[in-house]
Design a protein around this ligand. Structure first.
Ligand code: FAD
Length: 385
């Protein structure tokens, strides 16, 4: 059996690693010559960590991951703690810890685990064709690749999704802009072993430790879509949006490197039930695009990879049957993640300001139990317990 994998991001590489481990021949085709991830870092929650452990990357991931022992929300003006609690009950509940990691390092780990030289870069798919016995992907350089099945891990702007669904999907603007990057850890901004978030005015400023004495930081601001973006004004823009915020936030803005700070308008896609067509499977963001509000998009891609490979490995009724079982196992799970993230997004970013203000008041009463229970439930919905 040969699988053609389109896309060398988190989803494509995880799928290729998983299939390879089961002895399935794979060929990975990536559009760009060099992958430059859109964000600086990513939090891999224990459901994603378990998938990477399962795929043989347990030790490598630990080298890259930051140690997030506590979680805290702080008031935006004075910076005082609204709630702070240990993440330990979460780890006890799910059996693994979360690892925030720099994206470039995660991507390098995945490519190395698969075999960097086995990925064909500069191969952009334009369209796919199916026959009774296989699938062919056509690239914009006029070449093609044929396999018994095709895994479309070509991201949120997937060109293969339309072929699978029979219609084009719209990306939905979630109403806020996210700036993210990496800075050296400064404990006068936040503790080195804590996920710290300052909240107020429907905005947030968050810091998570990653390896190498660095914080992954991000700023979220509700804004209209399509505002011009200019790297040279990033710092001034952030000073403006966060005027009056606490001293650690001002310090963080002073310390960021505008040249390496990413600005992303956050979108998702209305969930759909169909993830496969014949011998083609959508996987990762092509199958389910979510806002990053519960940090589960990449983790879900890792879950997809493990489930898809398992279905292909354990099934003897053929590829199409295995893909349908993959769809059956994944459709509700990924829909749930997208909708949960959307709900969280709206509360965090002041879609209805009264609801957001109530959330700020609730945080003062929070001892971690409710927040961790929600996270625990989300994580335990993954395929590996
Ligand atoms: P991508 O990473 O987009 O990879 C798709 C690949 O396909 C790319 O390399 C692309 O070049 C290639 N490609 C595209 N078109 C073609 C084509 N036509 N032919 C060939 N190749 C093609 N997730 C988490 O789990 N935790 C987090 O903390 C988190 N934080 C996030 C923060 C932000 C600001 C954002 C925007 C997202 C975040 N996510 C997070 C989500 C996560 O980044 C995505 O879910 C994940 O990258 C999806 O992986 P993917 O492989 O499906 O898609």
């Amino acid at each position: 059996m040969k699988a053609v994998v389109i896309g060398g991001g988190i989803g494509g590489t995880c799928a290729a690693i998983a299939l390879k481990r089961f002895g399935i021949e794979t060929a990975v085709f990536e559009a760009v010559k060099e992958i430059k991830p859109v964000g600086a870092a990513i939090s891999i929650w224990p459901n994603g960590v378990k998938c990477l452990n399962y795929l043989g990357m347990k030790d490598a991931l630990r080298e890259l991951g930051g140690q997030m022992r506590y979680m805290a929300y702080n008031d935006y003006q004075q910076g005082q703690t609204l709630t702070r609690f240990s993440m330990d009950p979460l780890i006890q509940c799910v059996g693994e810890q979360p690892y925030p990691v720099a994206r470039a390092e995660l991507q390098a780990m995945l490519l190395d685990a698969y075999g960097r030289n086995d990925v064909q870069f500069g191969k952009r798919v334009t369209h796919v064709e199916e026959s009774a016995s296989g699938v062919t992907a056509w690239f914009d350089d006029g070449t093609s690749a044929t396999g018994d099945l095709l895994i479309a891990a070509d991201g949120t702007h997937s060109v293969i999704r339309k072929h699978v669904l029979g219609y084009a999907t719209e990306r939905r603007y979630a109403g806020y802009v996210n700036w993210n990057g990496l800075v050296e850890i400064d404990e006068s901004i936040a503790p080195a072993d804590q996920w710290t978030t300052f909240v107020g005015e429907g905005k947030r400023v968050s810091l998570m430790p990653v390896s190498g004495n660095r914080f992954y930081f991000f700023f979220d601001v509700p804004l209209p879509k399509g505002l011009s973006q200019d790297r040279s004004t990033v710092r001034e823009d952030l000073y403006g949006y966060f005027a009056g915020w606490a001293e650690p936030v001002q310090k963080l803005i002073a310390q960021i490197n505008p040249q390496t700070t990413n600005r992303v308008e956050i979108h998702d896609i209305e969930p759909f039930e169909q993830l496969v067509k014949g011998r083609i499977a959508l996987l990762g963001d092509s199958a389910h695009s979510t806002t990053p509000d519960i940090g589960q998009g990449g983790c879900a891609a890792m879950e997809d990879a493990v489930v898809l490979a398992t279905m292909l490995q354990t099934n003897s009724l053929g590829i199409e049957d295995a893909l349908l079982r993959y769809q059956e196992k994944r459709a509700d799970r990924v829909k749930d993640l997208v909708l949960k993230a959307r709900k969280r997004c709206d509360v965090t970013h002041g879609k209805e300001m009264a609801v957001t203000e109530q959330w700020y008041r609730d945080l003062k009463q929070e001892n971690g139990e409710r927040i961790l229970a929600g996270m625990c439930e989300t994580i335990l919905g993954g395929p590996l317990q």
